[in-house]
Write a protein that binds this ligand. Structure first.
Ligand code: BGC
Ligand code: NOJ
Length: 813
């Protein structure tokens, strides 16, 4: 294989990915902020910030799908004589003598050097603060005194990111700012219903500023050559309407060897209704002053940064593995867990592929994300479960999405995705197993956020299960509704109208026979969990009732869901098979193989083994397993969006990384460690990073949603990085099923499934009030724990009984 160009490398000691060439094949981004205030930042400092909700509280503006790509962000322009450059290369693109971007845990450090000057910017959002810090260090490395002109730049968004990009007849008249010393305030719409404003501050006196974009940039210039910067003269413009921006102008003189820090702060403030103004038309700046005072020196900022680093130290100390394989260890110990936090925070709302205006938090997405996050900060997971459940309807159905700011169900998309309810069990069970906190089941949770409608969370779980049972089709399999996990298998949509959304249109659903084997498998998996939970809390009758439903589902799958070599995918509106050898195209789908093998349906009859073999035979390729095979080559009216995609992309035979782990877990349950590992390594970012930086295109340190499949024009090319359920599933798979450390109600269950080449490894696991050091001796076995010794004493079975304190565990396979 031809060696591909490399754009960066891992630095595990610092938990960073180091980008050494600014012209990456696609912007490689990072996320700043852990709660409330968030920013996206690319390796050239592009991106934007928002408070809680990327749609309703966008602080700075960003133009998606722009030319050039990734234009707009927080930019520092340095004018040194006639040369103007940026530490992150863009937007001027002046060739740099040195460039480096280090993406770390919730921070990014970009360093550029030009003509003897080094500019290094550390970007981060301090814990519990509603602000992005940009600490710029300028250093004169030359032998002469340097006089530099420094311009900062941010462009304000008029808060609602959607209307900001469309309602120009209004927007161009509403923009308002205030300038006070070194602080520029953005207060558009503050005069009316908004009680919030933003500001951009620097901790030094300034020699000028600009707040009107056109005056600063020039109507016929660009971010690459703003007139004010090129001429080295700020205009001191005061924006009235049009497009408000914030730019500070600072003159800096540095002796040889001298360096100076500048702390820039992009902040967000909310005021009480009766304390909005300090004078007519003047915003009350008290809270802004207070926030600035907390972060107005290098020492204060360095302290805040140290706290952020400690926060991540603690989070990443909860589960740590030492296998001796760096590629595995860095994903498990650093990047996979980091991506899980990001997906938990953002769901599918804001990335460089998700515009932040389309979607809020997904019902199914957030429940799955939770499984990757729950060990990190359980109280936040708990709150999330309550928020999600509050968007459920009394019949167990639910809103498919909700807005993070309001926590209200999203009416534009509505409900009717029949897999959704089951995921609530998936998320809740994971939470209880991690924490032992059964009290969450007694929380009173409303329907559709309506006060007065509250029932216990347990009741929500019950109606979730019942929603499946009450919506069975002619083969006693779950009706699919608008779609199951695969949003694009729209079996009741029947659309010839390109103006209709596949997701929200059901042109015909009356009398549908469309059933899903994916939901059947999911129901069995979560149903078994539900039964075990019921037994645990003394609800024996309910356990028995649901066990019966689970058994019936298993029978229905065996009878109507097996195609001879693999599980069928679905039945269509008319009751015809989908994902069968009898079909012309898409004879086999991954989702039902994943869920029915995880559910171990028909294992005793060889179904599981056959299904897993079929995945290897028909779905696997060099870059992972494709979603279906062969790909659809034409639009099928009865199937909807899935057949709208060209061959090999997205849900039409793309490698949808999200569902590869389902099959891998199936492999683990079946004890096939070699196969599990080889599937896993194919989509593990660190393995891809080593081989395919150019082809893969997107960030090599995290999973992306989709890698083009074997039928695609460019197999191996990745898209939709960061915000994907793949993060949580990769974590769940490797931490619990491959490495085999599985939280359970009464303790930690140990059940690894490894390739036979695996050598001894150690996992440090904090669990509730306990701290375990678990060493596994595989001895060439793929599966099967022979003996567990806890603190020198052998125990029966595979569950380490929970007890607080430090424990040393030795496991022999
Ligand atoms: C995508 C799906 C996605 C859905 C969400 C579709 O176009 O292919 O992956 O879940 O949109 O609305
Ligand atoms: C992405 C969506 O966020 C998720 O909910 C869905 O399950 C997958 N695409 C598959 O369509």
């Amino acid at each position: 294989m031809e060696q591909q160009k490399r754009y960066g490398h891992f630095d595990d000691q610092h938990r960073e990915y180091v980008i050494t060439d600014p012209q990456t094949p696609w912007p490689w981004i990072n996320y700043l902020g852990n709660e409330d205030f968030f920013s996206l930042i690319s390796n050239t400092a592009g991106g934007y910030s928002f408070y809680k909700d990327a749609k309703f509280r966008r602080i700075t503006r960003y133009r998606y799908n722009n030319v050039p790509m990734d234009n707009g962000g927080r930019y520092f322009y340095i004018k040194d004589g006639d040369t103007v450059w940026n530490p992150g290369w863009k937007p001027c693109k002046t060739p740099l003598d040195f460039y480096e971007c280090r993406h770390g845990m919730s921070y990014t450090r970009i360093t550029g050097r030009k003509n003897g000057v080094e500019a290094s910017v550390l970007f981060f959002v301090p814990l519990k603060k509603w602000a992005e810090v940009q600490k710029l260090t300028l250093k004169n490395e030359s032998s002469e005194t340097k006089t530099l002109k420094l311009f900062s730049f941010e462009e304000w968004c008029l808060w609602n990111a959607a209307t900001d990009m469309e309602n120009f007849q209004r927007n161009f008249s509403t923009g308002e700012v205030e300038i006070e010393g070194s602080t520029i305030y953005h207060k558009t719409e503050y005069r009316e219903r908004r009680n919030h404003y933003a500001f951009y501050h620097v901790n030094t006196p300034i020699q000028g500023f600009d707040t009107d974009r056109e005056t600063f940039v020039g109507l016929y210039n660009e971010f690459a050559d703003p007139q004010a910067v090129m001429e080295g003269k700020p205009r001191n413009s005061h924006a009235h309407g049009w497009s408000p921006i914030a730019s500070h102008y600072i003159e800096v003189t540095l002796k040889p060897g001298e360096s100076k820090d500048f702390v820039f702060l992009l902040g967000y403030i909310e005021n009480e209704q009766d304390e909005k103004f300090e004078a007519p038309q003047m915003i009350n700046k008290k809270k802004a002053h207070a926030l600035i005072a907390e972060l107005d020196s290098t020492a204060k900022v360095d302290k805040a940064f140290a706290e952020l680093c400690e926060y991540w130290d603690a989070l990443l100390n909860i589960y740590k593995v030492r296998t001796g394989n760096d590629k595995l260890d860095r994903m498990v110990n650093i990047w996979n867990q980091y991506q899980c936090m990001v997906t938990f925070n953002f769901s599918r709302s804001a990335s460089f592929f998700e515009s932040g205006v389309g979607r809020g938090m997904g019902f199914r997405d957030s429940n799955q994300d939770l499984v990757g996050f729950v060990h990190q900060i359980p109280p936040r997971a708990r709150q999330r479960i309550i928020d999600i459940a509050s968007t459920q309807f009394p019949d167990g159905g639910c809103y498919h999405q909700y807005q993070p700011l309001t926590k209200r169900g999203n009416n534009d998309i509505g409900g009717g995705f029949n897999d959704d309810p089951c995921w609530l069990i998936f998320g809740t069970v994971a939470y209880i197993k991690e924490t032992g906190d059964f009290s969450i089941l007694d929380e009173m949770v409303p329907f559709d956020n309506q006060p007065g409608s509250e029932v216990t969370l347990f009741e929500h779980l019950k109606i979730s299960m019942d929603h499946v049972i009450k919506n069975l089709g002619p083969h006693m399999l779950p009706l699919i509704g608008r779609a199951d996990w695969n949003d694009c298998l729209n079996l009741n949509c029947f659309s010839w109208d390109p103006n209709e959304s596949f997701q929200t249109t059901e042109n015909v659903s009356e009398g549908t026979k469309a059933e899903s084997l994916m939901i059947a498998g999911l129901f069995v998996v979560t149903g078994k969990d539900y039964v075990a939970l019921c037994k645990k809390i003394g609800k024996a009758d309910e356990a028995a009732r649901m066990q019966k439903a689970v058994d019936e589902m298993i029978e229905a799958v065996k009878k109507h869901g097996w195609d001879g070599e693999w599980y069928l995918r679905a039945y269509d509106f008319y009751g015809r098979k989908i994902g069968s050898n009898e079909c012309e195209e898409a004879k086999i789908f991954i989702e039902s193989q994943g869920w029915c093998t995880m559910a171990e349906i028909g294992a005793e009859d060889g179904m599981v083994a056959k299904s897993l073999d079929s995945c290897k035979k028909y779905l696997e390729c060099e870059h992972g397993m494709v979603l279906n095979n062969p790909a659809f080559t034409k639009y099928i009216y009865e199937y909807g969006e899935i057949s709208s995609y060209p061959e090999g992309y997205k849900e039409n035979a793309g490698i949808f990384c999200h569902n590869n782990p389902w099959v891998i877990i199936g492999e683990c349950l079946a004890g096939r460690g070699n196969d599990a590992w080889s599937h896993y390594a194919k989509i593990l970012p660190s393995y891809v990073e080593e081989k395919y930086q150019t082809l893969h295109k997107v960030e090599p340190y995290v999973n992306c949603q989709m890698v083009a499949g074997k039928d695609a024009y460019k197999p191996g090319e990745g898209k939709n990085s960061w915000l994907t359920g793949t993060a949580a599933w990769m974590w769940y798979t490797v931490s619990e099923f491959i490495l085999g450390i599985k939280p359970d109600y009464d303790g930690i269950r140990i059940d690894p499934c490894l390739p036979e080449t695996a050598t001894d490894y150690t996992v440090q696991r904090k669990f509730r009030e306990a701290d375990y050091e678990i060493t596994i001796h595989p001895n060439g076995a793929q599966k099967g724990v022979k003996q567990i010794v806890v603190d020198g004493k052998p125990i029966d079975g595979t569950v380490i009984p929970y007890s607080a304190g430090k424990h040393v565990v030795e496991v022999t396979m």
